[in-house]
Write a protein that binds this ligand. Structure first.
Ligand SMILES: Cc1cc2nc3c(=O)[nH]c(=O)nc-3n(C[C@H](O)[C@H](O)[C@H](O)COP(=O)(O)OP(=O)(O)OC[C@H]3O[C@@H](n4cnc5c(N)ncnc54)[C@H](O)[C@@H]3O)c2cc1C
Length: 446
């Protein structure tokens, strides 16, 4: 690969647009493939780049929140997506929300004004010759998905994401929840949240009336053919959940010495054990409803969601098995992946992935490969999840402070702790950027 080569980027979504910007502003020629509007996906409605397919919020803008930290890091690396978001922001309290039409239009206009960017309005039905970045997103076209599967192997490309929410261990009230496995088999592997009959009935009633996210026609079939959402299970009968994932058999609540009436089990999601999965709670509820209803479970009153439950079409590769640490494919090192297709979840995470992949590819073109981003940064935490996560059951992940190594000393108070993590992250990123000459001017939208 050499710097004079033209890089093909497949998909002008959040990741592809950011990657094109990062490469083109460094003088690399880019051919950006986008199949919309001629050929669209089941969720997009325009032909613009970086279309937000659902909410218009890019989440928190506060450094005490991991999504806020990720934005600050991207901003320091001259992100076009963040600059466009700031230029088109709408009032949203502590969050960064945008006018979606102006946001996508600003990104489209800015990219098309760059002489190094050539637009190809067509579907890429096969993998392009290298160097290239696949940023085709969770709704990658079927022909391209088939080509990716050919490269990665059948077991390394997923098409559907049915995931239960993940909460942080520190946010669970352990005076109410207790560690145990059913019948004491396998040690104290689960954190159990016991419910008495009254608590169960209240929780059941709340599930029945909770609001679900919009279901696209293409998702409906998959949802019900796949594993059953907890709210659907609740609608099957008053005690269906109590005979299913909430069954109390084999558990003894140490506070009463008796089995609880029902129990929600939380299972460790990562080796550090600081992220916990709500077993059997795949759900289609809106995020705000997940917070409201799942916080009714004893012990989860203050639960912090590291990831919300989702059930949607999601094409993604098994990142740790398929990718090198620079996001290139092990089977074809001139082919890189970026965005949700790598197993990040969310608009900002997808754009961040596009940014990192572009910088890695750029440095490879220059013959000076970039080492992985520092693990203390939100970018580095996401990168490690994508390429080095140990989990066999690889699941897409939003950015969370749980992806970062813990602080050396103890700090009281969650906000203070998160702020210290953010300060450490930004210092680590500054050192890394200087050392590897990554610093960039703010993206100008003129
Ligand atoms: C229904 C749905 C709702 C979501 N809601 C949210 C939300 O509210 N908040 C949030 O943070 N995240 C949400 N996400 C998750 C995710 O953040 C977004 O999907 C995000 O847009 C992913 O960014 P991306 O760049 O990886 O993919 P995309 O933004 O989808 O970009 C991929 C691009 O590739 C193009 N493309 C695909 N195949 C080809 C091909 N063969 N040739 C040429 N072009 C191609 C597509 O047209 C598209 O423009 C949602 C996802 C889905 C599916």
């Amino acid at each position: 690969m050499d710097k004079a080569a033209e890089v093909a980027i497949i998909g002008a979504g959040l990741a592809g647009a950011e990657a094109a910007w990062q490469l083109a502003r460094r003088g690399v020629r880019v051919v950006l493939w986008e199949m919309r509007p001629e050929r669209t996906t089941p969720a997009h409605v325009t032909g613009d780049f970086a279309e937000l397919v659902c909410s218009n919020s890019l989440r928190s803008d506060d450094l005490a929140n991991a999504a806020g930290l990720l934005k600050a890091e991207m901003e320091r690396l001259g992100s076009l997506v963040i600059a466009a978001a700031r230029a088109t922001a709408t009032p949203a309290g502590g969050a960064l929300a945008v006018d979606r039409a102006r946001f996508s239009a600003a990104i489209t206009k800015r990219l098309l004004a760059l002489p190094a960017v050539r637009l190809r309005r067509a579907e890429a039905a096969a993998l392009p010759p290298g160097p290239a970045i696949i940023a085709a997103g969770p709704l990658a076209s079927p022909a391209l998905a088939a080509a990716i599967r050919e490269l990665t192997g059948r077991d390394s490309l997923y098409f559907f994401d049915a995931a239960a929410p993940i909460v942080t261990l520190e946010s669970v009230d352990q005076t109410r929840a207790f560690w145990a496995s059913r019948y004491d088999k396998g040690g104290r592997d689960y954190l159990n949240c016991p419910l008495n009959e009254e608590e169960y009935l209240r929780f059941h009633a709340a599930l029945l009336t909770a609001e679900t996210a919009e279901i696209h026609g293409f998702e409906q079939k998959m949802v019900f053919e796949g594993c059953m959402p907890i709210e659907v299970m609740a609608s099957r009968g008053l005690r269906t959940m109590a005979f299913g994932p909430l069954k109390p058999v084999g558990l003894t609540d140490p506070r009463t010495g008796r089995p609880p009436w029902a129990a929600v089990q939380l299972r460790k999601e990562n080796l550090a054990g600081d992220l916990l999965n709500l077993v059997g709670f795949q759900t289609h509820l809106r995020r705000s409803e997940q917070e409201r209803v799942f916080r009714m479970i004893p012990g989860l009153e203050r639960a912090e969601f590291a990831r919300y439950g989702v059930m949607h079409r999601n094409t993604y590769i098994r990142g740790p098995a398929v990718l090198n640490s620079d996001f290139s494919a092990k089977a074809r090192p001139d082919l890189f992946f970026a965005g949700q297709i790598t197993g990040v979840e969310g608009y900002i995470e997808s754009a961040a992935s596009g940014l990192m992949t572009a910088l890695s590819l750029y440095r490879r073109l220059c013959g000076r490969p970039l080492p992985p981003f520092p693990p203390e940064t939100a970018l580095g935490g996401l990168a490690a999840h994508i390429t080095a996560s140990p989990s066999d059951d690889y699941q897409p992940m939003n950015v969370t402070f749980g992806l970062l190594p813990p602080l050396a000393g103890k700090i009281r108070g969650k906000r203070e702790k998160n702020r210290a993590l953010a300060a450490r992250a930004l210092a680590a990123l500054d050192g890394f950027s200087q050392k590897h000459e990554l610093t960039a001017d703010a993206a100008d939208l003129a």
